[in-house]
Design a protein around this ligand. Structure first.
Ligand code: KG4
Ligand code: ZN
Length: 357
């Protein structure tokens, strides 16, 4: 958050100066999912080089000392997330806040996904480096309905204003992205499952299987574990086996056609479920804006389903800012600072892996 660049009021321009992302995704691929210990280790190795690069990109030509002089505050993800990775981020931020004497803002990861939509401008040097962000020209208006769909969360939230929100519903078991990752494993497709399934689904019949949609007492709550099991059972049945057949052996027995049909049908039901609940919430709360964030928000299938069925324009997070990144947390921290939200004590701030909205 550089001096003189930050907005002076909640509706003002929020400009991104740099966004350096170093993903450990490739390291997890061999295991078909995130391995917490590998994630934590790779965070330790990456965090200082990433901060260093982010400062150099943001303050091109200036020394690091000058760059730090222009920074007004530090935002860090406190939760929700994996303990080891959060610890690396929080301890680094605490240390920097102490030695550089900067205020520290603890951020909620899930809230951060929505705040990626409050970035309205990108510094010229970033456009020149080919980022090509398509950010909203104006920030979303309140009341704002937020759908957060990621590897760890499926939530519907209504904001009356900044930092004044109510959680309408969330998943009872698997998050939607987690279900994509598990179904991809059943079909023998690479991690992360979402993009792999979206690609395979293009060649499949979305109506080949009519998987059930979960019915829950909370009308805005989600459940994706039953859908994942229904895909597993359908895959076993498709090759003439029963429920005792090992899921790890399925990829070698399923044909490309069967995999594509399973993926397309699963994706249709998952996206329809999310759209059903978003429409219900839209009709009840009639928000001034609808914002979709999180890794799954990069799905074209989800965008098509929502745009087709919701009777209002939708803010989709820029694709490059859907999966986890620093810019979304920095933006949230920026709003915390300008709206005088409470600062954290850099000697005390602790991680909250299960932090909820
Ligand atoms: O937000 P994110 O980067 O990490 C978490 O906070 O969890 O989301 C990652 C999740 C993964 O589960 C991945 O499979 C899913 O987002 N994802 C998608 C797509 N792209 C990423 N799911 C469905 N369709 C996609 N195109
Ligand atoms: Zn995330």
């Amino acid at each position: 958050m550089p001096s003189g660049q930050q907005p002076t009021q909640a509706s003002a321009v929020c400009r991104l100066l740099s966004n350096v992302v170093l993903s450990s995704m490739d390291l997890h691929k061999a295991y078909g999912g995130v391995v917490p210990e590998i994630a934590a280790r790779s965070h330790i190795e990456a965090i200082m080089p990433v901060i260093d690069t982010a400062l150099r990109v943001a303050f091109q030509g200036g020394s690091l000392a000058t760059a730090w002089g222009q920074i007004d505050g530090i935002a860090v993800t406190q939760g929700a997330g994996l303990g080891g990775s959060l610890l690396v981020g929080v301890l680094t931020a605490r240390t920097l806040a102490i030695i550089k004497n900067k205020p520290l803002y603890a951020c909620n990861h899930v809230e951060g996904h929505i705040y990626a939509n409050f970035l309205t401008e990108v510094a010229d040097n970033l456009q020149l480096t080919g980022y090509g962000y398509e950010l909203p020209k104006n920030p979303p208006e309140f009341p704002m309905l937020g759908l957060i769909v990621s590897g760890g969360h499926s939530q519907l939230v209504i904001w009356q204003d900044h930092f004044n929100y109510k959680l309408l519903g969330q998943t009872h078991d698997d998050a939607i992205g987690e279900a994509f990752d598990k179904v991809a494993k059943i079909a023998g497709l690479p991690y992360p499952g979402g993009p792999s399934i979206e690609k395979a689904a293009l060649k499949g019949n979305p109506y080949a299987y009519n998987f059930p949609k979960a019915r829950l007492a909370g009308q805005y709550d989600f459940s994706f574990s039953g859908l994942k099991t229904a895909v597993l059972r359908a895959a076993q049945a498709a090759i003439g086996e029963d429920f005792t057949f090992l899921s790890s052996k399925l990829p070698e027995r399923l044909s490309t056609r069967q995999k594509a049909d399973l993926c397309a049908s699963f994706q249709r039901i998952a996206m329809e479920t999310v759209a059903d609940k978003t429409i219900l919430a839209y009709e009840e709360f009639r928000p001034a804006s609808v914002v979709i964030g999180g890794g799954v928000a990069s799905s074209q299938a989800l965008r098509d389903e929502l745009s087709k069925r919701l009777p209002c324009p939708i803010n989709y997070t820029d694709r490059r800012l859907c999966t986890d990144n620093g810019a979304m947390v920095a933006t949230l921290g920026c709003f915390k600072a300008i709206l005088n939200q409470s600062k954290s004590d850099p000697y005390m701030l602790e991680i909250k892996p299960n932090l909820s909205m």
